[in-house]
Design a protein around this ligand. Structure first.
Ligand SMILES: C[S@@+](CC[C@H](N)C(=O)[O-])C[C@H]1O[C@@H](n2cnc3c(N)ncnc32)[C@H](O)[C@@H]1O
Length: 303
């Protein structure tokens, strides 16, 4: 049984690893600090940020945001607190032409298609050399995107290069990788791979640490180094994401297509089905069909 009890010390370890200092102090850092701002405090204690770091804090809950505001005033000199869902933010509005060099997005929720679309755009606001950490829930039962990602990854030869790359990255970072749940955790690798693929659309991306822990349900903290500008892997990463989105293979419904146009103007909405799938076509046939304006065939001009 995967659902385990909440364990505070496991989260502490994940937080310390997410906010660990890699030798330089961040100038612009992004957090979801929550009620206690523990991530900001731990990053300060480790020297990853200091009181001169400009903090961007995002919080969807008004009451929590007020608590965060009071604490940040005592912790750092300059911050911007955005109150509202993160997917409604456009990071360049907060940082102008600066770049974010450290981020810890402690979502503790699902990596769903809306968040994927937001990250796809907004990760262009990170700098080359940035460290970016996330936490996500790895119970994916109600999450179409992550279920599709798992299904795609199981098509072994198609994404073998991506699977091997993630394996190699996890092996290379072995001293900072801690998996607690064994192979029963189906959504661990799909979650890591999906975030890696999103970041890889903008940067050469490497996993630097990865720790499973238990909150109200099993979670994963995964941290990446953005080691360079995008490279030849980026195209494959983007193609992989394309395959994992667009339609829900299980229900046959179109749950939204990612828009990859990366002009950083505004937050991009997810595209919804322009044409309904005719009932005589299976979802797989429709994904490639010439009459489907969102089809993979149209996207890649496959003839
Ligand atoms: C897990 S808590 C943060 C804990 C904190 N980072 C720590 O180290 O203890 C996540 C916080 O982010 C907020 N949050 C989660 N998802 C969000 C979203 N999509 N948009 C805005 N705020 C979000 C939640 O309301 C919550 O206060």
């Amino acid at each position: 049984m995967l659902t385990k009890q909440w364990n505070g010390s496991e989260k502490v370890l994940a937080r310390v690893s997410a906010t660990a200092n890699k030798g330089k102090t961040s100038k612009v850092a992004l957090f979801l600090p929550g009620n206690s701002c523990l991530c900001v405090r731990t990053a300060l204690a480790q020297g990853t940020i200091d009181e001169d770091t400009f903090i961007i804090a995002i919080e969807q809950d008004k009451k929590t945001a007020n608590v965060i505001r009071r604490q940040l005033k005592t912790l750092v000199k300059r911050f911007h607190l955005h109150v509202g869902p993160i997917i409604e933010t456009h990071l360049p509005d907060f940082i102008g032409n600066k770049k974010i060099d450290f981020a810890f997005l402690d979502f503790c929720g699902n990596l769903d298609i809306k968040l994927v679309q937001w990250l796809l755009y907004q990760s262009g606001s990170f700098s080359v050399g940035a460290q970016v950490a996330f936490t996500f829930c790895t119970l994916g039962r109600a999450n179409n995107f992550i279920k599709e990602t798992e299904w795609e990854l199981n098509r072994k030869h198609k994404w073998l290069g991506i699977k091997k790359s993630i394996d190699n990255q996890l092996s290379a970072a072995y001293s900072t990788v801690l998996f607690r749940y064994g192979s029963e955790n189906r959504f661990r690798i799909p979650t890591i791979t999906a975030i890696w693929a999103i970041l890889s659309c903008h940067f050469k991306t490497r996993v630097s640490s990865c720790i499973e822990y238990c909150d109200s349900s099993p979670m994963i903290m995964v941290k990446f180094d953005l080691v360079g500008p995008k490279n030849k892997v980026s195209k494959n990463a983007r193609r992989f994401l394309e395959y994992c989105s667009c339609f829900d293979r299980l229900s046959g419904s179109d749950f939204g297509c990612l828009d990859f146009d990366d002009t950083q103007t505004k937050v991009k909405p997810i595209r919804v089905a322009a044409v309904e799938r005719p009932s005589h076509l299976s979802p797989q046939q429709w994904a490639w069909h010439i009459n489907n304006p969102n089809s993979i065939r149209n996207r890649y001009h496959v003839t």
